[in-house]
Design a binder for this molecule. Structure first.
Ligand SMILES: [Zn+2]
Length: 303
Protein backbone atom coordinates (compact mmCIF):
# COMPACT_ATOMS: atom_id res chain seq x y z
CA UNK A 1 0.00 0.00 0.00
CA UNK A 2 2.70 2.50 1.00
CA UNK A 3 5.06 1.96 -1.91
CA UNK A 4 4.57 2.71 -5.60
CA UNK A 5 3.89 -0.15 -7.99
CA UNK A 6 4.47 -0.97 -11.65
CA UNK A 7 4.18 -4.11 -13.80
CA UNK A 8 6.73 -6.94 -13.72
CA UNK A 9 6.79 -7.26 -17.52
CA UNK A 10 5.18 -5.89 -20.70
CA UNK A 11 1.81 -7.38 -21.74
CA UNK A 12 -0.43 -6.82 -24.79
CA UNK A 13 -3.96 -7.30 -26.03
CA UNK A 14 -5.84 -6.34 -29.21
CA UNK A 15 -9.41 -5.37 -29.97
CA UNK A 16 -11.49 -2.82 -31.87
CA UNK A 17 -11.96 0.84 -30.99
CA UNK A 18 -15.53 1.74 -29.99
CA UNK A 19 -15.71 4.86 -32.13
CA UNK A 20 -13.43 4.07 -35.08
CA UNK A 21 -14.31 0.36 -35.34
CA UNK A 22 -10.60 -0.20 -36.21
CA UNK A 23 -8.39 -2.88 -34.67
CA UNK A 24 -5.89 -1.57 -32.06
CA UNK A 25 -3.15 -3.23 -29.99
CA UNK A 26 -2.51 -2.01 -26.44
CA UNK A 27 0.81 -2.84 -24.73
CA UNK A 28 1.36 -2.04 -21.05
CA UNK A 29 5.05 -1.52 -20.14
CA UNK A 30 6.66 -1.28 -16.69
CA UNK A 31 7.74 2.31 -15.87
CA UNK A 32 10.12 3.96 -13.39
CA UNK A 33 8.95 5.30 -10.02
CA UNK A 34 7.31 8.77 -10.01
CA UNK A 35 6.68 8.64 -13.80
CA UNK A 36 2.92 8.02 -13.40
CA UNK A 37 0.57 6.54 -15.99
CA UNK A 38 1.38 7.75 -19.50
CA UNK A 39 0.04 6.98 -22.99
CA UNK A 40 2.05 6.83 -26.21
CA UNK A 41 0.86 6.41 -29.82
CA UNK A 42 3.19 3.96 -31.58
CA UNK A 43 1.49 4.56 -34.97
CA UNK A 44 2.68 8.20 -35.04
CA UNK A 45 6.22 9.59 -35.35
CA UNK A 46 7.89 11.30 -32.39
CA UNK A 47 6.76 8.96 -29.57
CA UNK A 48 4.86 11.82 -27.88
CA UNK A 49 3.95 10.76 -24.34
CA UNK A 50 0.66 11.96 -22.85
CA UNK A 51 0.53 11.85 -19.04
CA UNK A 52 -2.85 10.48 -17.85
CA UNK A 53 -3.65 13.67 -16.01
CA UNK A 54 -6.80 15.78 -15.88
CA UNK A 55 -4.82 18.71 -17.38
CA UNK A 56 -4.61 16.66 -20.59
CA UNK A 57 -8.32 15.84 -20.84
CA UNK A 58 -9.27 17.04 -24.30
CA UNK A 59 -12.89 15.92 -24.42
CA UNK A 60 -15.43 14.02 -22.32
CA UNK A 61 -18.05 13.55 -25.05
CA UNK A 62 -19.00 9.83 -25.11
CA UNK A 63 -15.61 8.85 -23.61
CA UNK A 64 -12.56 10.45 -21.98
CA UNK A 65 -9.97 11.61 -24.54
CA UNK A 66 -6.45 12.70 -23.52
CA UNK A 67 -4.28 14.87 -25.74
CA UNK A 68 -0.91 16.54 -26.03
CA UNK A 69 -0.71 18.95 -28.98
CA UNK A 70 -2.27 17.16 -31.95
CA UNK A 71 -1.76 13.68 -30.46
CA UNK A 72 -4.87 12.12 -28.93
CA UNK A 73 -5.83 8.87 -27.20
CA UNK A 74 -9.49 8.19 -26.57
CA UNK A 75 -11.60 5.87 -24.37
CA UNK A 76 -8.96 5.63 -21.61
CA UNK A 77 -11.37 5.40 -18.65
CA UNK A 78 -11.90 1.63 -18.32
CA UNK A 79 -8.14 0.93 -18.51
CA UNK A 80 -7.46 3.77 -16.03
CA UNK A 81 -10.05 2.30 -13.66
CA UNK A 82 -8.34 -1.14 -13.74
CA UNK A 83 -4.85 0.37 -13.22
CA UNK A 84 -6.18 2.31 -10.23
CA UNK A 85 -7.89 -0.75 -8.73
CA UNK A 86 -4.66 -2.76 -8.92
CA UNK A 87 -2.74 0.10 -7.33
CA UNK A 88 -0.51 0.64 -10.38
CA UNK A 89 1.22 4.03 -10.05
CA UNK A 90 3.63 3.83 -12.99
CA UNK A 91 2.91 2.35 -16.42
CA UNK A 92 3.49 3.28 -20.07
CA UNK A 93 0.38 2.41 -22.12
CA UNK A 94 1.29 2.11 -25.82
CA UNK A 95 -1.48 2.06 -28.47
CA UNK A 96 -1.10 1.82 -32.25
CA UNK A 97 -4.30 3.77 -32.94
CA UNK A 98 -6.39 6.64 -31.60
CA UNK A 99 -8.42 4.60 -29.09
CA UNK A 100 -7.86 2.08 -26.32
CA UNK A 101 -9.73 -1.10 -27.44
CA UNK A 102 -13.24 -1.37 -26.02
CA UNK A 103 -13.07 -5.22 -25.60
CA UNK A 104 -16.29 -6.34 -23.85
CA UNK A 105 -17.12 -2.78 -22.67
CA UNK A 106 -15.98 -3.46 -19.08
CA UNK A 107 -12.68 -3.21 -17.16
CA UNK A 108 -12.36 -6.97 -16.55
CA UNK A 109 -10.02 -7.75 -19.52
CA UNK A 110 -7.67 -4.90 -18.45
CA UNK A 111 -7.64 -6.14 -14.84
CA UNK A 112 -6.81 -9.67 -16.07
CA UNK A 113 -4.05 -8.30 -18.33
CA UNK A 114 -2.41 -6.44 -15.41
CA UNK A 115 -2.62 -9.55 -13.25
CA UNK A 116 -1.00 -11.57 -16.06
CA UNK A 117 1.92 -9.08 -16.16
CA UNK A 118 2.40 -9.36 -12.41
CA UNK A 119 2.88 -6.41 -10.05
CA UNK A 120 6.23 -5.11 -8.86
CA UNK A 121 6.61 -2.98 -5.72
CA UNK A 122 9.02 -0.04 -6.18
CA UNK A 123 11.21 1.69 -3.60
CA UNK A 124 9.56 5.13 -3.66
CA UNK A 125 6.58 5.96 -1.43
CA UNK A 126 3.16 6.67 -2.93
CA UNK A 127 1.83 10.20 -2.56
CA UNK A 128 -1.83 10.53 -1.52
CA UNK A 129 -4.09 13.49 -2.21
CA UNK A 130 -6.12 14.27 0.91
CA UNK A 131 -9.26 16.37 0.40
CA UNK A 132 -9.46 19.25 2.90
CA UNK A 133 -12.69 20.98 1.81
CA UNK A 134 -16.16 20.13 0.56
CA UNK A 135 -16.59 20.90 -3.14
CA UNK A 136 -19.93 20.84 -4.89
CA UNK A 137 -20.81 21.10 -8.59
CA UNK A 138 -24.42 21.29 -9.78
CA UNK A 139 -25.94 21.35 -13.23
CA UNK A 140 -29.75 21.20 -13.22
CA UNK A 141 -30.76 17.98 -11.44
CA UNK A 142 -27.23 16.52 -11.73
CA UNK A 143 -24.67 16.99 -9.00
CA UNK A 144 -21.27 15.91 -7.71
CA UNK A 145 -20.01 16.49 -4.15
CA UNK A 146 -16.58 15.72 -2.72
CA UNK A 147 -15.94 15.75 1.06
CA UNK A 148 -12.86 15.09 3.21
CA UNK A 149 -12.72 11.45 4.38
CA UNK A 150 -10.21 8.95 5.77
CA UNK A 151 -10.94 6.49 2.96
CA UNK A 152 -11.86 6.62 -0.72
CA UNK A 153 -15.61 6.15 -1.23
CA UNK A 154 -17.98 6.83 -4.12
CA UNK A 155 -21.75 6.73 -3.85
CA UNK A 156 -23.49 6.91 -7.21
CA UNK A 157 -27.17 7.39 -8.01
CA UNK A 158 -28.65 7.09 -11.49
CA UNK A 159 -32.28 7.55 -12.45
CA UNK A 160 -33.34 6.67 -16.00
CA UNK A 161 -37.01 6.50 -16.96
CA UNK A 162 -36.54 3.02 -18.44
CA UNK A 163 -38.15 -0.23 -17.21
CA UNK A 164 -34.79 -2.09 -16.99
CA UNK A 165 -32.84 0.73 -15.25
CA UNK A 166 -34.99 3.08 -13.14
CA UNK A 167 -33.32 4.38 -9.95
CA UNK A 168 -30.13 2.55 -8.91
CA UNK A 169 -27.76 3.42 -6.04
CA UNK A 170 -24.37 1.80 -5.33
CA UNK A 171 -21.61 2.65 -2.87
CA UNK A 172 -18.00 1.72 -3.56
CA UNK A 173 -15.75 1.66 -0.48
CA UNK A 174 -12.81 -0.26 0.97
CA UNK A 175 -15.05 -3.33 1.45
CA UNK A 176 -16.05 -3.51 -2.25
CA UNK A 177 -14.29 -6.17 -4.35
CA UNK A 178 -13.52 -4.23 -7.54
CA UNK A 179 -12.73 -7.36 -9.57
CA UNK A 180 -15.93 -9.18 -8.77
CA UNK A 181 -18.41 -6.35 -8.24
CA UNK A 182 -17.29 -3.50 -10.54
CA UNK A 183 -14.76 -4.59 -13.22
CA UNK A 184 -17.16 -6.93 -15.14
CA UNK A 185 -19.85 -4.24 -15.54
CA UNK A 186 -20.27 -3.10 -19.14
CA UNK A 187 -20.92 0.26 -20.70
CA UNK A 188 -24.50 0.75 -21.92
CA UNK A 189 -26.43 2.70 -24.52
CA UNK A 190 -29.86 3.10 -26.04
CA UNK A 191 -30.56 1.65 -29.49
CA UNK A 192 -31.97 4.95 -30.79
CA UNK A 193 -28.80 6.82 -29.71
CA UNK A 194 -26.53 4.13 -31.17
CA UNK A 195 -28.34 4.37 -34.54
CA UNK A 196 -28.08 8.17 -34.50
CA UNK A 197 -24.37 8.10 -33.56
CA UNK A 198 -23.53 5.53 -36.24
CA UNK A 199 -25.28 7.71 -38.85
CA UNK A 200 -22.87 10.50 -37.73
CA UNK A 201 -19.85 8.18 -38.07
CA UNK A 202 -19.49 7.67 -34.29
CA UNK A 203 -19.58 4.45 -32.23
CA UNK A 204 -18.82 2.50 -35.43
CA UNK A 205 -17.38 -0.37 -33.38
CA UNK A 206 -20.37 -0.43 -30.99
CA UNK A 207 -22.22 -3.74 -30.85
CA UNK A 208 -23.84 -6.20 -28.45
CA UNK A 209 -20.31 -7.64 -27.97
CA UNK A 210 -19.07 -4.50 -26.21
CA UNK A 211 -22.09 -2.78 -24.65
CA UNK A 212 -25.45 -3.42 -23.09
CA UNK A 213 -27.88 -2.00 -25.68
CA UNK A 214 -31.43 -1.15 -24.67
CA UNK A 215 -34.53 -0.58 -26.78
CA UNK A 216 -37.61 1.05 -25.18
CA UNK A 217 -38.51 -2.07 -23.20
CA UNK A 218 -35.52 -4.34 -22.56
CA UNK A 219 -31.81 -5.12 -22.96
CA UNK A 220 -31.18 -6.62 -26.41
CA UNK A 221 -28.12 -8.70 -25.38
CA UNK A 222 -29.09 -12.38 -25.56
CA UNK A 223 -26.92 -13.22 -22.52
CA UNK A 224 -28.78 -10.64 -20.39
CA UNK A 225 -27.25 -8.50 -17.65
CA UNK A 226 -24.27 -9.47 -15.47
CA UNK A 227 -25.93 -7.78 -12.45
CA UNK A 228 -29.44 -6.38 -12.08
CA UNK A 229 -27.81 -3.01 -11.31
CA UNK A 230 -24.94 -3.37 -13.83
CA UNK A 231 -25.69 0.20 -15.03
CA UNK A 232 -24.87 2.07 -11.80
CA UNK A 233 -21.89 -0.24 -11.18
CA UNK A 234 -20.50 0.74 -14.61
CA UNK A 235 -20.98 4.41 -13.68
CA UNK A 236 -18.77 3.77 -10.61
CA UNK A 237 -16.19 2.08 -12.87
CA UNK A 238 -16.14 5.17 -15.12
CA UNK A 239 -15.98 7.57 -12.15
CA UNK A 240 -12.95 5.73 -10.70
CA UNK A 241 -11.27 6.15 -14.11
CA UNK A 242 -12.06 9.88 -14.09
CA UNK A 243 -10.80 10.40 -10.52
CA UNK A 244 -7.62 8.43 -11.27
CA UNK A 245 -6.71 11.33 -13.61
CA UNK A 246 -5.86 13.35 -10.47
CA UNK A 247 -2.57 11.45 -10.68
CA UNK A 248 -2.53 10.33 -7.02
CA UNK A 249 -4.63 7.94 -4.96
CA UNK A 250 -7.22 10.17 -3.27
CA UNK A 251 -8.70 10.21 0.23
CA UNK A 252 -12.19 11.68 -0.15
CA UNK A 253 -15.84 10.73 -0.04
CA UNK A 254 -17.62 11.44 -3.32
CA UNK A 255 -21.36 11.52 -3.99
CA UNK A 256 -22.50 11.56 -7.60
CA UNK A 257 -26.09 12.00 -8.72
CA UNK A 258 -26.69 11.45 -12.46
CA UNK A 259 -23.22 12.96 -12.96
CA UNK A 260 -21.19 11.58 -15.93
CA UNK A 261 -17.69 12.29 -17.29
CA UNK A 262 -18.17 16.05 -17.75
CA UNK A 263 -19.34 16.84 -14.21
CA UNK A 264 -16.78 14.42 -12.69
CA UNK A 265 -13.95 16.09 -14.63
CA UNK A 266 -15.18 19.54 -13.48
CA UNK A 267 -15.15 18.33 -9.87
CA UNK A 268 -11.54 17.17 -10.25
CA UNK A 269 -10.54 20.57 -11.73
CA UNK A 270 -12.20 22.41 -8.80
CA UNK A 271 -10.44 20.17 -6.27
CA UNK A 272 -7.04 20.84 -7.82
CA UNK A 273 -7.58 24.57 -8.43
CA UNK A 274 -9.36 25.83 -5.28
CA UNK A 275 -6.79 27.13 -2.77
CA UNK A 276 -6.52 24.85 0.29
CA UNK A 277 -8.82 22.18 -1.16
CA UNK A 278 -6.26 19.39 -0.71
CA UNK A 279 -2.94 18.41 0.81
CA UNK A 280 -0.40 15.82 -0.30
CA UNK A 281 0.43 13.10 2.18
CA UNK A 282 3.46 10.80 1.92
CA UNK A 283 3.16 7.98 4.48
CA UNK A 284 6.40 6.95 6.12
CA UNK A 285 5.11 3.59 7.36
CA UNK A 286 2.32 1.11 6.64
CA UNK A 287 0.95 1.84 10.09
CA UNK A 288 0.58 5.51 9.26
CA UNK A 289 -1.54 4.55 6.26
CA UNK A 290 -3.69 2.05 8.12
CA UNK A 291 -4.29 4.09 11.24
CA UNK A 292 -6.91 6.71 10.31
CA UNK A 293 -6.21 8.80 13.42
CA UNK A 294 -2.53 8.95 12.55
CA UNK A 295 -3.39 9.73 8.93
CA UNK A 296 -5.72 12.55 9.88
CA UNK A 297 -2.97 14.00 12.08
CA UNK A 298 -0.41 13.90 9.33
CA UNK A 299 -2.82 15.25 6.74
CA UNK A 300 -3.70 18.25 8.90
CA UNK A 301 -0.01 18.99 9.29
CA UNK A 302 0.06 19.65 5.53
CA UNK A 303 -2.91 22.03 5.39
ZN1 LIG B 1 -17.60 3.44 -19.37
Amino acid sequence: MKNQKTLKQAVSLSGIGLHSGKRVTLTLHPARANSGIRFVRTDLPGSVEIPANVRNVHSTTLATTLSSGDVKVSTVEHLMSALWALGIDNCLCAVDGEEVPILDGSAAPFAQLIQKAGIKTQRSSRRFLVAQKTIEIRSGDKWAILKPSREFKIKYTIDFPHPVIGKQVFEFNSQTNFFKEIAPCRTFGFLKDVERMQAMGLALGGSLQNAVVLDDHSALNPEGLRFENEFVRHKILDAIGDFSLIGYPILAEIELHRAGHELQTKLVHELLEQPGAFSIFVPESEEELENPFCLAQTASAFS
